[in-house]
Write a protein that binds this ligand. Structure first.
Ligand SMILES: C[S@@+](CC[C@H](N)C(=O)[O-])C[C@H]1O[C@@H](n2cnc3c(N)ncnc32)[C@H](O)[C@@H]1O
Length: 377
């Protein structure tokens, strides 16, 4: 439920707008803090208290989509935030995909996920085979791999609610709980994963959480903040998959993160993997959301040829000189994804219902009525 103050924000912000549309003297400490830090030029707060536009992709769906002050999560035309199902759709989780636990846990599972359609685009570069997914969450990347024809034989996470969600959705109870930051439990998990793959893993995938980046002068591998990334590298060394994918935030490919990524690539090179890194824009793959991610791929043979699509990348609405002008882009929009959903009168933000027939190919796909979505079409 929104507080009275949040409700007045929600009512005051127009589609495509954000905290900048609120009066200077708006009585919210948070809004004033955001205004002050933006005034000092500290980072971009441009999407905070943002309202979505029907005719654009959404902004990044984070784990805080149930709070208006942390991003652009206000429904395009109603006096409320987006629901759990709407957020899941903007991440391209089909309606049959279930999440588990409290509202907070489900928001984390959704916001943390790799959009399955982005996962599909990455996973389909590799010949279908057995997949191990580390830091698997509720299975965004796993689902992408499954859609590409792979078989997810093991998926590991330390969050029981996420593991439960993964097993609710994927066949074969592939997911299990393990702390990959703990050496002995990680080793047990790799052994278990190897056994489930009958000793031969075709594709290792995973998005280790990044807990900040090492400061210069410290051995990168020994910095506790890098532990989970290196746990992935050690898993690769143990499992020796034919190919591997690491998904991460864009910061991993920038400034200090780049140094860390360089070290990871050297370690993988020493194991016989060729690697390549690109920053991919989810909206280039049919995802109705602006979300950029660093993707590292590694293979023992020649690397796949992967040229990211550029044609559907568009500048954010607030930077566009002609926000209502002709759209150069064919990115999927918020309307394409959730235009057929409604929240029943008086229901909480967990609930949305589908109206009538799907109006777009993306809605049909999200309803499970189509096997293919016209990516970026
Ligand atoms: C960015 S999310 C991965 C999302 C997932 N790839 C998807 O597409 O849905 C990172 C995951 O790492 C898990 N995690 C964090 N610390 C962990 C640890 N020490 N051991 C195992 N999993 C951990 C979190 O619970 C979270 O689900």
């Amino acid at each position: 439920m929104l507080s009275a103050l949040d409700r007045s924000v929600v009512d005051a912000v127009p589609p495509g707008g954000n905290w900048r549309d609120l009066p200077e003297n708006f009585p919210s400490q948070r809004v004033q803090q955001i205004r002050a830090s933006a005034g000092r030029g500290e980072g971009s707060r441009s999407t905070y208290y943002g309202r979505l536009r029907w005719d654009r992709p959404s902004y990044t769906i984070s784990t805080y989509f149930n709070r208006p002050g942390n991003g652009c999560f206000i429904h395009p035309s109603e006096s409320r935030l987006i629901t759990v199902r709407e957020a899941a759709r903007l991440q391209t989780f089909p309606d049959y995909w279930r999440f588990s636990g409290t509202l907070r846990q489900r928001a984390v599972q959704i916001g943390n996920a790799v959009p399955p359609l982005l996962g599909l685009a990455v996973a389909r570069m590799f010949e279908a085979g057995s997949v191990v997914d580390l830091f698997a969450g509720a299975g965004g990347l796993s689902l992408g791999a499954a859609l590409a024809g792979h078989s997810v034989v093991a998926a590991v996470d330390n969050e029981p609610a996420a593991v439960l969600a993964h097993n609710l959705n994927m066949p074969g109870d592939a997911a299990f709980v393990a702390d990959l930051g703990d050496e002995s439990s990680a080793r047990r998990a790799w052994r278990e994963a190897a056994a489930r793959a009958s000793g031969s893993v075709d594709l290792l995938i995973g998005g280790p959480p990044c807990q900040g980046f090492s400061t210069a002068g410290k051995a990168l591998k020994d910095d506790p903040r890098n532990k989970l990334l290196w746990s992935y590298v050690e898993a690769a060394d143990y499992l020796r998959p034919r190919a591997l994918v690491i998904e991460n935030v864009v910061a991993l490919a920038q400034s200090r993160g780049r140094q860390q990524l360089g070290d990871v690539r050297k370690a993988l090179d020493a194991m016989g993997y060729q690697t390549d890194v690109k920053i991919l824009h989810a909206e280039g793959y049919g995802v109705p959301q602006r979300r950029r991610r660093t993707i590292l791929v590694g293979t023992r043979g020649p690397l796949p040829d992967w040229t990211p699509p550029e044609h559907s990348i568009e500048p954010p609405a607030f930077m566009s000189s002609q926000p209502d002008g002709p759209q150069a882009s064919k990115a999927q929009t918020v309307l394409d994804a959730i235009g057929d959903l409604q929240i029943p009168e008086g229901a909480n933000l967990d609930v949305s219902v589908r109206l009538g027939s799907p109006r777009t190919s993306l809605q049909a796909w999200l309803r499970g009525e189509r096997t293919q979505v016209d990516a970026a079409a």
